[in-house]
Design a binder for this molecule. Structure first.
Ligand code: CTP
Ligand code: MG
Length: 262
C-alpha cells in the first residue's frame, strides 16, 4: 500500500474478486435418454462435481454459483455436500470456495442470467463455465482470469480447428443434401470453450441488453460493440455433447490417474 493508503494498480488488480457461474440446467438431449447431462457420472462422480472442482481448483475463484435443473436444486445441493471434504461447511463451502445453488431456466442464456442474479455485489470478475466441460485444466481457468484482470472486458479460451468448416443453407429435412454457400478460411477460425471470463458489469449489461438467443456469453458482449479477446484453450476443455464424448472423458480421467500414479 502506498503512503496515501490508496491501492497501487498492482494491488487493485490482485484485489478483484472472482466468482464462477456454472450453467448445469440442460437436459442433454444430444447425449441420449437418461438423467440431466450434468448429473451423469464420469468415473463414478457426477459431471457437475468434476466441473465445480475444476473451477474451485483455481486459488482465485472464491465463489461458485451452480445453476441446477429447474426441479433439481435440492438434489444438486446434496450432491455438493456429499462431495465436500472433511472440514468443509455443509451447504456452504469447499475449503476456501463458497458455493450457491439456484434453479435454472429454459435456455442456457436464461440459466446464466439466473446465476448472475444471485451474484453478491463484492465480485467484480465473473467466469461462466459449462457443467458439460468437466475436465478443463486449472491453467486454462487461470489464464482467463489473468486476461480479465489485465483489462479485457471479455475473454474466451479458443483453439484452432482441425476440420475445414463450410457455411451451408440448412436443409428443411435433416440428413438431406445441403447447398454449400462458402468456405471460411480455416486459419482465421477458432473453436471457443469455457470458462469465458468477464468484467462483471459488462456481462450483466450484455444479459440485460441482448434478447436474441445465443450459444455463448461472449457473443452478447460482441453485440454491445466491446472488445472480446481469446487466450489459448485446451483440448481437455472439450464439451461433453454426444455419447462418444463420454468415452473420451473417461479416457482422459484414466490417463490422469495413470500419470498421478507415477
Ligand atoms: N444449460 C443450462 N440451461 C439450459 C440449457 C443448457 O444451464 N436451459 C447448460 C447445460 O447444462 C450445459 C451448458 O449449458 O452445461 C452447455 O449446453 P449444452 O452442452 O447444449 O447442454 P444441454 O443443453 O444440456 O445439451 P443438449 O443441447 O444436447 O440438450
Ligand atoms: Mg443445449
Amino acid at each position: 500500500m502506498s503512503d496515501d493508503s490508496r491501492p497501487s494498480p498492482a494491488e487493485a488488480r490482485t484485489e478483484s474478486r472472482v466468482a464462477a457461474v456454472i450453467p448445469a440446467a440442460g437436459r442433454g438431449v444430444r447425449l441420449g435418454p437418461g438423467a440431466p447431462k450434468a448429473l451423469r457420472t464420469l468415473s463414478g462422480t457426477p459431471m457437475l462435481i468434476h466441473a465445480v472442482r475444476a473451477l474451485a481448483a483455481s486459488r482465485h475463484v472464491s465463489l461458485v454459483i451452480v445453476v441446477a435443473p429447474p426441479d433439481g436444486a435440492a438434489e444438486v445441493k446434496s450432491l455438493l455436500d456429499a462431495h465436500a471434504l472433511p472440514g468443509d461447511t455443509p451447504g456452504g463451502s469447499w475449503g476456501r470456495t463458497d458455493f450457491l445453488v439456484v434453479p435454472g431456466g429454459d435456455s442456457r442464456q436464461e440459466s446464466v442470467r439466473l446465476g448472475l442474479d444471485a451474484l453478491p455485489p463484492e465480485y467484480d470478475v465473473v467466469l461462466v463455465h459449462d457443467a458439460a466441460r468437466p475436465l478443463v485444466p486449472v491453467d486454462t481457468v487461470d489464464a482467463v482470469i489473468e486476461a480479465v484482470r489485465d483489462g479485457a472486458p471479455a475473454v474466451v479460451p479458443a483453439l484452432p480447428l482441425a476440420d475445414t468448416v463450410k457455411e451451408v443453407e440448412p436443409a428443411a429435412v435433416p440428413g438431406t443434401p445441403e447447398p454449400v454457400l462458402a468456405t471460411p478460411e480455416r486459419a482465421r477460425l477458432r473453436a471457443v470453450q469455457t470458462p469465458q471470463g468477464f468484467d462483471r458489469d459488462t456481462l450483466v449489461r450484455a444479459h440485460a441488453t441482448v434478447t436474441e438467443n445465443v450459444t455463448d456469453d461472449a457473443s452478447m458482449v460482441e453485440q454491445l460493440g466491446l472488445r472480446v479477446v481469446t487466450v489459448p484453450g485446451h483440448e481437455e476443455a472439450f464439451k461433453v455433447t454426444r455419447p462418444l464424448d463420454l468415452v473420451l472423458a473417461e479416457a482422459v480421467l484414466t490417463r490422469r490417474r495413470l500419470n498421478d500414479g507415477f
